[in-house]
Design a protein around this ligand. Structure first.
Ligand SMILES: *Cc1c(COP(=O)(O)O)cnc(C)c1O
Length: 390
């Protein structure tokens, strides 16, 4: 046996995530799992059928490095339809193995060892690990619950996070786990800071079509930002095919070329028969994209009303499929202990928000629920919480 630890030092602290633990607990106890973030219903049949057709038509070998031309065109058409972008599918669109690979390849392809990446805390869990694998350093600015029930940050704290070492801004809007949709004036400040410090923005927009209040504005749309912004999205969330792992990055050719250099040695390519299927999805009529948001909003309302009746202080999300609840009115426990006991106490699984925060003191009283589930499932979970705490 080796005397050296097996896990490389740059990955210390990124052991198994709480999601695996909570899902195991759900399976053991038969609790309703509102912990992990995935939908319980598959996406559109015509998209599924296109993947089946592609497999039988022989689309089963390596696809082109940047993705099939047709999918790159479909991404460009989608960005034009929703945001009025003009993208060249030749070198301004890159198909990736989910949003996750686009993120990892961005950190690896753009950062030198010791470069700093500014992100809002709490962060989606792959950011910290991806930044660490690239030898870069995460600098966080906390997003905290405000008196109006939304999440906000301190402008000066954000300004102080930028330095000559800052290489990237890592922004996620609509934001997982808080459900925050960044406002035009917040985006304006971020754009100014990126330009002032010559920083590249990486923007994770996987929840772009799940917005309930406010409007989702890509940072790349702001003046002077296209040339320094990489916009990332994925078929996982938009078409409810999280297992397909087809994502994409769009942005200026020189930046995408650096990302593609890293990407070609991560997976090279993936999901050949899923690529034409995702192109079918991206070309669905506006109705599909609108009803996705409308259906999610109804589910949000259903769950939040139940959480409110159960006695939690609910922070209603402006987007995404996650809702945050403050447990202080119903329990003196910290969020981790509360979530560990929740399957036994109420027959429901939720995730403590402390796992998303860098600063361990934060998220102590907040827990996250995923509402991308059937109405019956949400109603039953809500009623169980009301029975236990209401
Ligand atoms: C789900 C999710 C991802 C990962 O997307 P994949 O396409 O499955 O890799 C990235 N960012 C956020 C914020 C997510 O919620």
């Amino acid at each position: 046996m080796s005397r050296r630890p097996y896990l490389a030092s740059r990955l210390q602290g990124f052991g198994t995530t709480i999601f695996a633990e909570m899902s195991a607990l759900a399976a053991q106890t038969g609790a309703l799992n509102l912990g992990q973030g995935y939908p319980d219903a598959d996406g559109p049949d015509e998209v599924k059928q296109a993947a089946i057709d592609a497999i039988f038509a022989g689309v089963n070998q390596y696809s082109p490095g940047p993705g099939t031309m047709d999918l790159r065109k479909a991404v460009a058409e989608h960005q034009r339809r929703f945001y009025d972008f003009d993208l060249d599918p030749n070198d301004e669109v890159l198909v990736t193995a989910g949003a996750t690979e686009a993120l990892a390849a961005s950190f690896l392809g753009l950062c030198e060892t010791g470069d700093e990446v500014v992100a809002f805390d709490p962060t989606y869990d792959s950011y910290g690990a991806g930044i660490a694998m690239a030898g870069a350093v995460l600098k966080t600015v906390p997003l905290l619950p405000q008196s109006d029930g939304t999440f906000g940050f301190d402008d000066d704290e954000l300004r102080r996070a930028f330095s000559p070492k800052t290489r990237l801004l890592m922004l996620n809007t609509p934001h997982n786990p808080t459900g925050k949709v960044f406002t035009p004036s917040e985006l304006q400040l971020l754009a100014e800071l990126c330009q002032e410090h010559d920083v590249i923005a990486i923007v994770d927009e996987v929840y772009e079509h799940m917005v309930f209040s406010g409007t989702h504005v890509p940072l790349a749309c702001l003046p002077g930002m296209f040339e320094r912004t990489v916009t990332i999205s994925s078929a996982g969330k938009t078409f409810s095919f999280t297992g397909w792992k087809v994502g994409w990055a769009t942005g200026p050719a020189p930046i995408l070329s650096a990302i593609r250099t890293a990407k070609q040695f991560l997976t090279f390519v993936n999901g050949a028969p899923f690529q034409p299927a995702v192109a079918v999805g991206l070309r669905l009529p506006n109705d599909y994209f609108n009803s996705l948001g409308v259906e999610m909003e109804a589910k949000k309302t259903l769950l939040c009303e139940k959480l409110d009746k159960a006695g939690f202080d609910v922070l209603e999300p402006e987007g995404t499929y996650f809702a945050t609840a403050d447990i202080s009115p119903v329990s003196k426990k910290k969020s981790v202990e509360f979530c560990m006991a929740l399957p036994e106490e109420a027959g429901v699984v939720a995730v403590p928000c402390s796992v998303f925060y860098q600063d361990e003191r934060m998220g102590d009283h907040h827990i996250r629920f995923c509402f991308a589930k059937s109405d019956a499932f949400l109603a039953e979970a809500g009623d169980r919480l009301i029975a236990a705490y209401g």
